[in-house]
Unconditional design. Structure first.
Lengths: 467, 378
């Protein structure tokens, strides 16, 4: 049974993926909604993305440490992956476990970390936190390589609880010191220098002689704990279930207040968080199961346009509609530059606490950058996606009234909903343009310009900022 | 209130990550300092003397020069009670003056409302860099955020003039605030409307500026140059915000911290030189702060999060010198048994700047009454 509600499928693909064209929405909608969700949650059913293809065009992704090319390659993957949720979840873990390029031992370890997120993106929380704790890039980022038996460094011990699992208020300073001791000796091998031998990755290394085997007291439990035990104890805390659920809600459903407020302010939908947390606890932190509940819930289906797009959502979503960059063309690096200008430099979050989300993405500067980006890309009449939009509008001809044009454009740009102020402004403009007609070559050329201007204005409106 | 001929201006420089104040202004004759910093301590022979107990990190020489000219007030031991060692909360507390609850209104957002109650000058407050800090946010208060001063403008990607004018007209109508449209949509309306207005004003700034000062090419130098360009253009900006990141030096501090301090202090020196060349320095005071100081004992490679730290007030009208006491390094006096304490609440410094410099009632902004310093020349 196909899904008739195309707007719902469009909503799902904007959240579980990065947004997409009407053409692709129609392909997904051939299946039932629950089936689409299952497909998205089972990326292994779909062909693996060919990561080698882009490296033939962007040599910097394999031969040296080019930050711009590496970001570009990731954005290219988001646009072209046949497994949108896998990429979306990779971004989720990057967002939660924010690690920055500006401090790394070896550039390829940053790429290695993102690849690691991709392989663990839908598994259980214990595996995820252990993989994170053994990740060379994270070990370097939060200085666990400087966490020694005789000189503990608390950075990772603190942040694994504050930022990655429990949230503020659910542990003490003593718990931090004990967690740090448990992670002593968890370090990484130094890799062979890049030149002249090329890329070799560093690996996790446990140094027995640098590990504190003594007794620790951690979250009320006593034992000769190491990092595995710390993660075990963390994952079974209800606070972890709630904290991760709230992150998933904030990422996939609707904007929550900023993370530091979570210890004080209740979730906007406590029942939804309870539903997700219970699933987390029942399945021992199985992320795939939690997401299955999330995407099939009523609260998710009703959450259309309740999130401000992140810069990555904005850029990738706009490009998906424009239908460009299905081939590694030269300006991919500019796409990465645009997300950076809008406040999200991929693989280089502003601080260890990652990016602030929701309305905090938007200020007068970043709003200007967003509008300018969308106007440029949606205004490209030669691109495949805009060509497709034009064909679909033309097929409703030969004459199209302004009101009709607006509604067609809104649907083709992602089944958008707009308020009266926006509709009135667009209609005034539409009326000044007059009807579209495709009777002869002159009127066709003129009509194409009118469609372009209408599309450009719609992606400039407030409503286009919402996912 | 101090009187200057032009409206007083505040420039804030936020050092993100927790600046190691103990390695900025160093208690150089204190044995505990040297014992606590076997890996990172600055040797007495390398440091630049400040008085018989304190010395500057040698990389901060430009700031020492300004200090020697009498233009730098050093706030020693700044902080607040029950210091929070989280970056997140720490910075939030500094931004909102609320140590116990989470609010969304920042102290400078409230200040900008007082300086421009009608909101008619949308460039009264400007933040440079990526993203708007919470300190500058207050509902209904227009604040301009600029990532690149040279290409700032809505629909600048439409090159045909007539079409651009038309599009801007529709944009303006679409972003007209409407009753009952919801908080976030309303916020977007105001932001879009302000973006249009500020772009119109800021568009003319780069063309007006001439300078002989050559700033370095790093983020803080670029930001302070932008502040100088806008301030000298005379468009009525009263509060500028800039950020310098990277101070979270848990590891390899010796490689990172001196570089940052040198970038920072050089940029500050160049900035004031630039303003003096433009005869536009007297009305400017700069506040340099960080969310916390770092741990007294080094960890072999860097320093962990601490509590009390230091701040600077800089400007021609600042009465240079030391304010407060350098926090004791004696064990009994330490915060959490391992951090520098504080003896001046950060809200005292804010109150001083608000009351004595900007001429704004401080109490409702910092949420209480705090003892003030006397750092300005009458």
């Amino acid at each position: 049974m196909p899904t008739e509600d195309l707007a719902l499928v469009s909503h799902l693909l904007r959240r579980a993926g990065f947004g997409t064209s009407q053409k692709e929405v129609e392909i997904y909608a051939k299946k039932e909604y629950e089936e689409i969700v299952d497909d998205l949650l089972t990326p292994e059913k779909f062909p693996e993305y060919d990561a080698d293809f882009i490296s033939r065009y962007y040599m910097g992704t394999v031969t040296s440490d080019s930050f711009g090319q590496t970001q570009a390659a990731w954005i290219y993957r988001m646009i072209n992956t046949p497994r949108p949720l896998e990429e979306r979840m990779t971004l989720f873990w990057h967002h939660l476990f924010a690690t920055g390029w500006n401090k790394h031992e070896h550039a390829m370890t940053c790429v290695q970390q993102i690849d690691m997120f991709r392989t663990i993106c839908l598994v259980d929380m214990k595996t995820i936190l252990i993989s994170l704790s053994k990740d060379p890039n994270m070990i370097c980022w939060l200085d666990n390589c400087e966490n020694h038996k005789d000189a503990p460094n608390e950075n990772y011990g603190r942040e694994i609880m504050e930022l990655f699992s429990l949230g503020v208020g659910n542990y003490t300073e003593e718990d931090i010191k004990n967690a740090a001791r448990a992670f002593t000796g968890w370090t990484f091998t130094q890799c062979i220098p890049l030149y002249p031998f090329g890329t070799y990755l560093s690996e996790f290394e446990f140094r027995q002689d640098d590990h504190d085997f003594g007794e620790k007291i951690f979250l009320g439990e006593v034992g000769n704990f190491d990092g595995y035990d710390i993660v075990d104890i963390i994952v079974k805390q209800p606070a972890t279930a709630k904290f991760i659920s709230r992150h998933l809600y904030n990422f996939f459903v609707a904007d929550e207040p900023q993370v530091p407020a979570w210890s004080i302010r209740e979730p906007r939908d406590p029942e939804a968080i309870a539903m997700l947390s219970n699933t987390f606890i029942e399945t021992e932190g199985n992320i795939r199961e939690v997401l299955k509940v999330l995407f099939n819930s009523d609260f998710f289906k009703k959450s259309r346009f309740m999130k401000i797009k992140s810069p990555v959502d904005f850029v990738v979503g706009t490009v998906k509609i424009a239908g460009t960059h299905t081939f590694p063309q030269q300006d991919l690096i500019n796409l990465a530059g645009s997300t950076a200008l809008m406040g999200q430099t991929l693989m280089d979050p502003p601080t260890v606490e990652s990016w602030h989300t929701g309305p905090e993405w938007i200020d007068s500067g970043t709003l200007t950058d967003r509008v300018n980006f969308a106007v440029e890309h949606i205004g490209n009449l030669n691109s495949d996606g805009i060509q497709d939009i034009i064909e679909r509008i033309k097929s409703k001809g030969p004459q199209i009234k302004p009101e009709e044009l607006i509604d067609l454009c809104l649907d083709l740009l992602g089944h958008m909903e707009i308020d009266l102020v926006t509709r009135k402004s667009l209609l005034e403009y539409g009326n000044s343009l007059g009807n579209l007609s495709f009777n002869n070559q002159d009127s066709e050329v003129e009509s194409l310009e009118k469609i372009k201007h209408m599309l450009q204005l719609i992606v400039s409106c407030r409503e286009y900022q919402f996912a | 209130m101090t009187t200057v001929s032009a409206p007083p201006v505040l420039v804030v420089v936020q050092l993100s990550g927790g600046n190691d104040f103990m390695n900025t202004v160093i208690p150089i004759t204190d044995g505990i300092y040297h014992d606590s910093r076997p890996s990172l301590g600055v040797k007495e022979q390398d440091a630049l003397p400040l008085n018989d107990q304190l010395a500057w990190n040698p990389v901060a020489a430009p700031l020492k020069e300004l200090y020697d000219q009498g233009n730098v007030a050093i706030i020693q031991g700044i902080g607040y009670e029950n210091h929070n060692r989280s970056h997140f909360r720490g910075m939030d507390i500094w931004h909102t003056c609320e140590p116990d609850k989470i609010v969304t209104e920042g102290w400078l957002g409230k200040t900008i409302r007082e300086l421009n109650p009608s909101g008619d000058n949308v460039v009264t407050g400007i933040s440079f860099g990526k993203g708007l800090p919470r300190a500058m946010v207050s509902p209904g208060v227009p604040v301009t955020s600029v990532s690149d001063l040279d290409s700032f403008g809505v629909m600048s990607t439409i090159t045909a003039d007539q079409q651009r004018e038309e599009a801007l007209g529709v944009f303006k109508r679409m972003y007209t605030p409407a009753v009952g449209s919801g908080i976030v949509a309303d916020y977007l309306s105001h932001t879009g409307t302000n973006a249009l207005a500020s772009a119109q004003i800021l568009g003319s700034v780069p063309g007006k500026y001439r300078s002989t000062v050559e700033y370095a090419s790093n983020s803080i130098a670029k930001s302070l140059r932008d502040v100088a360009r806008v301030h000298t253009a005379g468009i009525g900006t009263r509060v500028f915000y800039t950020q310098h990141g990277g101070y979270d030096t848990h590891a390899t501090q010796l490689a990172v911290h001196p570089k940052l301090l040198n970038e920072l202090t050089t940029a500050i020196m160049d900035f004031f030189q630039d303003l003096r060349d433009h005869n536009a320095s007297e009305e400017v005071v700069m506040l340099v702060f960080s969310e916390f100081g770092r741990r007294i004992k080094d960890n072999g490679s860097g320093t962990d999060h601490g509590s009390g730290g230091g701040a600077f007030l800089i400007g021609d009208r600042v009465r240079g010198g030391l304010y407060g006491q350098y926090p004791s390094l004696e064990y009994a006096q330490l915060a959490n048994g391992e951090d520098l304490g504080y003896n001046i609440d950060f809200r005292s410094v804010y109150s001083t700047l608000l009351d004595q410099w900007l001429g704004v009632d401080a109490n409702p902004i910092v949420n209480g009454s705090y003892e003030q310093l006397k750092p300005f020349i009458e």
